[in-house]
Ligand binder design. Structure first.
Ligand code: FCB
Length: 526
């Protein structure tokens, strides 16, 4: 490549995608405020915590070996009894109460509800209804995920989501669960992380079905996203469908160039961001999907039904990956760590700035955002506190800048079976002793408890520092008329509220409560 082209491309990319880096020494992470009605919650997924799930794709995967005779799961572990949440859910609900959260996101296990094709186990459905009732009785709101990486073996044997015609089975199952629970469950997640399911199961081959077939990966991605759209549209037609809040859960992992001066690193980062994230955003906002990997896959489709086929988008965010490009067709890129970063126990670093970036990226879909997962694997519990403080600072900052984030769910309530990593990864706010099934709050988790129990921002007024952008608060005149701050900026503020206008213009917005003292009061953030 001619030098001039290289320099131009790299300059263009570097300027267009600056690497955000905050000076954490100067940031006061304890000065964060969240709205009064902010949804605080914790998350689990059925197979990771329930125990004794013996009829799904993951159970079978746990008993398989790769070509070298090595177990698919780290240390040859099995999910086994996991955290025995199936039986201990009441105890776990009391743990949620101790934290002070008001929401619980969990998944229903399809293989328990429909163990054989077309055969419904009413006891399993009743169990999940009991869990929801127990939550509600304890002041918690259930958030149900319909597909979190697992499905019955009969579905896997039929080809799972590789085949478009199989989507109908999942729609039928979703309808059954929805009919059973929608009178008491207001929030629904259709599918957890389609891109992770696809990249791990069809690209890296470390999740079932363990394939390494990028073209097939593209088709499965297409089918999963269309499944979401069809399930969403279908559930909306059922009783309670209109009032239910139904969304998709999207993981964002940014792919950033390891070497910001290297064209190949930029090229592969862009490709990966496109197939992992951007195509989902395009589908849900514009009805267009593209999965393009030169010489390997070129899948394009339009689905106008997909536009706005969600009431909220669930964002799962953990970290980013650094991409290094190579001139080798066998391994065109690899992921590498930067030695200066603070690592988590997973193969990625603590990167709170990325959380802010992810919120910004996902906001392009144009619907409210709920953080459906965020957390750290930290066996030593020596990074959890800083992780929580910094990631929640990043989230606060995104709300401050006007992004419509409605809630935050911590992954995870307690330690659990971390898929291919087995039990080695300790994501729990509560540490679990898997022999005695005792749970113990980790010291680092207190940072989360503190934030959850802090009074909502609107109770204390809202302070905007000089030069900072105020969030788009909903304000109310004393006569009851409601107005957004953005509508007041400029002309109207000066016309209606000379005092506020003067403060705004000359001192830059200081305290909104003060600024809006004459005839306006802050009611809420939305
Ligand atoms: C997410 C999964 C969740 C858990 C966390 C650590 O990708 O949705 O089940 O494994 O990662």
């Amino acid at each position: 490549m001619p030098m001039i082209l290289w320099v131009t491309l790299v300059a263009y990319c570097t300027l267009s995608y600056p690497e955000i880096k905050w000076d954490w020494d100067k940031i006061e992470t304890d000065k964060v405020y969240f709205p009064k009605r902010f949804m605080w919650g914790t998350v689990t997924a059925a197979h990771q915590v329930e125990g004794n799930n013996t009829n799904n794709n993951w159970y079978h995967w746990e008993y398989q070996k790769d070509n070298n005779g090595i177990s698919r799961i780290h240390n040859n572990e099995k999910s086994g009894m996991a955290a025995n949440h199936w039986n201990l859910y009441n105890k776990d609900i009391s743990l949620m109460n101790e934290l002070g959260v008001q929401y619980y996101r969990f998944s229903v296990e399809w293989s328990r509800i429909e163990p054989e094709k077309g055969i419904i186990n009413e006891d399993a459905l009743d169990h999940y209804r009991d869990v929801c009732i127990a939550l509600i009785d304890s002041g918690l709101t259930p958030v149900v995920t319909l597909h979190h990486f697992t499905h019955p073996m009969w579905f896997e044997n039929l080809g799972g989501f590789e085949k478009e015609e199989n989507i109908n089975y999942f729609i039928k199952f979703s309808e059954i669960v929805f009919n059973k629970l929608s009178d008491i469950v207001p929030f629904w997640c259709t599918i957890n992380e389609p891109a992770v399911y696809v990249s791990q199961g069809y690209f890296n081959g470390v999740f079932p079905p363990g394939k390494k077939d990028p073209l097939l990966a593209g088709y499965v991605m297409k089918n999963l996203l269309n499944t979401h759209v069809r399930v969403y549209r279908h559930l909306k037609t059922l009783p309670h469908g209109t009032s239910a809040q139904i969304g998709l859960v999207k993981n964002i992992t940014q792919f950033d160039p390891l070497r910001r001066w290297h064209v190949l690193d930029w090229y592969f980062s862009k490709k990966l961001n496109d197939v992992f994230t951007n195509n989902t955003i395009d589908l849900l906002s514009k009805g267009e999907f593209e999965f393009h990997l030169p010489g390997i896959a070129d899948i394009y489709f339009k689905n106008n039904d997909a536009i706005n086929a969600l009431d909220f988008i669930g964002l799962n965010y953990y970290s980013r990956m650094h991409v290094k490009g190579h001139l080798s067709p066998l391994a065109p890129f690899t992921f590498e760590l930067r030695p200066e970063d603070t690592q988590t126990d997973m193969p990625y670093a603590i990167y709170p700035e990325g959380f802010y970036r992810a919120v910004k990226t996902i906001s392009k879909i144009g619907v409210p955002i709920i953080i459906t997962e965020n957390g750290i694997a930290d066996d030593k519990d020596n990074r959890r506190k800083i992780f929580i403080e910094r990631y929640l600072y990043a989230l606060y900052k995104s709300i401050l800048h006007g992004y419509d984030v409605r809630g935050y769910f911590y992954w995870s309530l307690m330690d659990n079976f971390e898929w291919a990593e087995g039990y080695m990864m300790k994501f729990g706010l509560y540490e679990v002793d898997f022999i005695t099934q005792e749970r113990k709050l980790r010291s680092g988790s207190h940072a989360f408890v503190k934030l959850v129990n802090q009074p909502g921002a609107d109770k204390r007024g809202y302070t905007v520092s000089v030069g900072e952008i105020a969030p788009d608060l909903l304000l109310e005149y004393t006569d009851g008329l409601k107005v957004r701050l953005s509508e007041l900026r400029g002309r109207i503020v000066f016309y209606n509220l000379p005092l506020a206008g003067a403060l705004c213009a000359f001192k830059r917005c200081r305290t909104l409560r003060k600024m809006c003292g004459k005839g306006l009061k802050i009611t809420d953030w939305y």
